[in-house]
Design a protein around this ligand. Structure first.
Ligand code: SF4
Length: 62
């Protein structure tokens, strides 16, 4: 599983970084950035919470 943040949709609420700080960080520009590497299995549940919890539906997985 890999995830990415749609820059056009992200509004910087930070829900993702709060739910899964190992994967999502808020950049100096105020928007979220996702780790580019394969998500470890033990983090998939919290990544899925972040996907579901993003108010802008800006997080996508592949
Ligand atoms: S929760 Fe969604 S809108 Fe908010 S910072 Fe994360 S990706 Fe962006």
């Amino acid at each position: 599983m890999r995830v990415f943040v749609d820059d056009d949709s992200c509004r910087g609420h930070g829900v993702c970084a709060a739910l899964c700080p190992s994967v999502f960080t808020i950049t100096d520009g105020g928007y979220a950035e996702a780790a580019t590497s394969e998500i470890p299995a033990n983090l998939e549940a919290s990544v899925n919470e972040a996907i579901a919890g993003c108010p802008e539906r800006a997080i996508h997985n592949a």
